[in-house]
Design a protein around this ligand. Structure first.
Ligand code: URA
Length: 240
């Protein structure tokens, strides 16, 4: 017996969090009865439907994409813009693990394995995200120190960041930095730099946990190896 939201996310339909929303919204039926309790346990004999469509049991797939600019991190888009899922032709119902902005490039994982996605999206000291950031202006030590100590935005103290200044260019009036954070707040890096007065011009996720885009050109992707998947699963112990 397994929890209903886990079975839904494992089917590849969506993340665990999204599955919980679907249950609470009354869109999930077990043996033709609407179930709204998140703790409900089901077995593989139960027939589960979401919006009256029966869940399929797909094989698990895992991809690493070097996301280009101008692509939306979503499964579909009302404005008909190209999505990251469009870049990976496959029969499984994959979705992105976390998100990168439309104009952000670099490491993005996609899968239909809800447990895998959940492990990486759960706050965890071991899951570092390294970004290369180009900002407008010549950044100064006090702004860097504020980022290192954790910026305060809307009265809330944000996480400390590891920040290194890589280069300043007086001709173009820009600075390049590397930043390591763990969180996945919306526009986290852009908002951090904006809060210290340096708007982000370019942003690339160079690494997430053990994954980088070495060997992948912009828009290219590859499958993860079973060993890489196992390394992600080995983190599960540290988030329980
Ligand atoms: N932080 C941002 O501001 N944007 C991203 O795409 C990722 C992290």
């Amino acid at each position: 017996m397994e929890r209903l939201q886990k079975v839904i996310s494992n089917s590849g339909l969506c993340s665990r969090r999204k599955a919980e929303e679907l249950i609470l919204a009354g869109r999930v039926k077990v043996n033709n009865k609407i179930i709204r309790e998140l703790g409900t346990k089901v077995s593989n004999k139960d027939i589960i439907k979401v919006d009256d469509n029966e869940l399929s049991k797909e094989k698990k797939v895992y991809y690493l994409l070097n996301k280009p600019r101008g692509v939306i991190t979503s499964v579909s888009d009302d404005k008909k813009r190209k999505t990251v899922v469009d870049l990976i032709p496959c029969n499984e119902h994959i979705y992105p693990v976390g998100r990168l902005d439309y104009d952000t490039t670099g490491v993005l994982l996609l899968t239909n394995d809800g447990d895998f996605a959940n492990i990486l999206m759960h706050p965890n000291e071991k899951v570092e995200k390294l970004y290369i950031v180009k900002v407008k202006g010549i950044i100064k030590g006090d702004a860097i120190n504020t980022l290192k100590n954790g910026v305060i935005i809307d009265g809330e103290k944000w996480e400390k960041a590891k920040v290194k200044l890589r280069k300043v260019d007086y001709k173009t009036n820009t600075s390049m930095l590397s930043v390591i954070i763990h969180g996945g707040k919306n526009h986290q890096v852009k908002r951090m730099f904006e809060s210290v007065g340096f708007p982000v011009l370019k942003l690339k996720r160079e690494r997430e946990f053990i994954f980088d885009v070495k060997g992948l050109k912009s828009g290219e992707y590859r499958s993860l190896t079973p060993k890489e998947v196992a390394i992600v699963y080995s983190l599960e112990k540290s988030i329980k």
